[in-house]
Design a protein around this ligand. Structure first.
Ligand SMILES: Cc1ncc(COP(=O)(O)O)c(C=O)c1O
Length: 417
């Protein structure tokens, strides 16, 4: 059953309640390896479901366009102070609706349409909003893109420097959505300084690892830090922009009134709750556990002949190139889902296949670590993954799914009782 209980919803709208219950059960019964997902605490869930959703509060604390902000101002200030303390930054804006609008606000604050910007190419592991062609950021700005080295699968810093010197972008994004290795913020900062560009670290994926000390911090290297709040940071769906004091005003103006209207106050409250959780000592163990699980899973997969991009992982994320197996990413992801293992198909660097039917699958260990799975379970996961992608019929997949359900029944899920 969904936790907190949704009895009022069930009485008022049985149709929606049944769908929510169905999704809660699905989340409970699956091994969640989607690298961008997690299970938030019931406290975070409760905060998102409060009357704060009723309130309009365009503007910032003390300077709103609507009356009645006695509590909302305090909630937003609390979230900001917690963000500043957890990440050690001079400024934080907790209003961006999600990661993509947060990144758009960075462009709005710092560059004009047509200006040169630089980010990691999507197929190499970057995000759409780092200047990829189909995104507004690729259409409205003159974006140059860097990738990874073919021999190592790691960010090609020589290419980054060469491109930066040749193109002189005003803005350089580092970080991405499918990068299994540590981001060298210091090296990016040196390159950005050389060409007088502003460095933006998009830590959406690794924010929880940074908060928990399991990945180096971009603070002191990147002038601007963008993050979602719902991945390894384990908060509600939302985002934050953090920066040095120098860029505070421009970022705030870009978020509101530049791009957005009223902030989602129920989300702001939930972000504050998640940041409160991230500030507790136990979160450091959680962050370390995520990385330990990813490393153990990577090792077990390599032992079974899987080809991992860059050969392994330093963080929560594993990218498998299935080219040496008899299956592509999409059918593999489908089979795994039926087998109770949820992940996504993904392009791999230098992929010969199309983005909608690529060669890879992407895995992450944030959610299973929240659930309490440890390194001792990772070899079993690797075995299930192998069995699922080489299964000859649905019966074998259903057999794996039953084994998965049995294992998971020993591990409680926040949001389910
Ligand atoms: C690195 C990175 N930046 C930004 C985003 C965008 O976040 P959202 O999906 O919340 O717009 C993502 C989402 O996966 C991401 O991985």
């Amino acid at each position: 059953m969904h936790q907190p209980a949704i009895s009022q919803l069930a009485a008022a709208d049985a149709e929606v309640a049944a769908l929510v219950e169905g999704e809660a059960r699905r989340q409970y019964e699956k091994i969640r390896l989607i690298a961008s997902e997690n299970y938030v605490s019931t406290a975070v869930l409760e905060a998102t479901g409060t009357v704060l959703t009723n309130k309009y509060s365009e503007g910032y604390a003390g300077k709103r366009y609507y009356e009645g902000q006695q509590y909302i101002d305090l909630v937003e200030k609390l979230a900001i102070e917690r963000a500043k303390a957890v990440f050690g930054v001079e400024h934080a804006n907790v209003q961006p609706y999600s990661g993509s609008p947060a990144n758009l606000a960075v462009y709005m604050a710092l560059v004009n349409p047509g200006d040169k910007v630089m980010g990691m190419a999507l197929p190499a592991g970057g995000h759409l909003t780092h200047g990829w062609g189909v995104s507004a950021t690729g259409k409205w700005f003159d974006a140059v893109q860097y990738g990874v080295r073919k021999d190592t699968g790691r960010v090609d810093l020589d290419e980054v420097r060469g491109l930066a010197l040749a193109e002189r972008p005003k803005l350089i994004f580092c970080g991405g959505t499918a990068i299994p290795r540590t981001i060298d913020f210091a090296a990016f900062a040196e390159i950005a300084k050389e060409v007088d560009a502003v460095l933006v670290a998009d830590i959406a994926h690794i924010a929880g690892l940074v908060a928990g000390g399991a990945h180096p911090s971009p603070v002191g290297h990147a002038q601007i830090i963008s993050t979602t709040t719902h991945k390894t940071l384990r908060g509600p769906r939302g985002a934050m922009l953090m920066s040095t004091a120098e860029h505070a005003k421009a970022l705030d103006k870009a978020v509101f009134p530049g791009l957005q209207g009223g902030p989602h106050n129920h989300t702001t409250a939930a972000i504050a709750v998640a940041l409160g959780e991230a500030a507790r000592p136990g979160f450091r163990d959680y962050a370390a556990g995520i990385v330990a699980n990813a490393k153990a899973l990577a090792e077990a997969l390599v032992e079974r002949g899987f080809d991992l991009v860059s050969g392994g992982t330093d963080n929560h994320l594993i990218l498998i190139d299935l080219s040496n197996k008899a299956v592509a990413g999409k059918p593999a992801a489908r089979a795994l889902d039926r087998a109770g293992i949820e992940l996504n198909y993904n392009s791999v660097p230098f992929d010969s296949r199309k983005p909608f039917d690529p060669s890879g699958i992407r895995l992450g260990t944030a959610a299973i670590t929240t659930r309490g799975l440890g390194v001792e379970q990772m070899p079993r996961l690797a075995e299930w993954i192998e069995r699922a992608i080489s299964a000859s019929d649905d019966a074998e997949l259903d057999k794996v799914a039953a084994e998965v359900r049995e294992l998971l029944s020993a591990y409680p899920m926040p949001g389910w009782v």
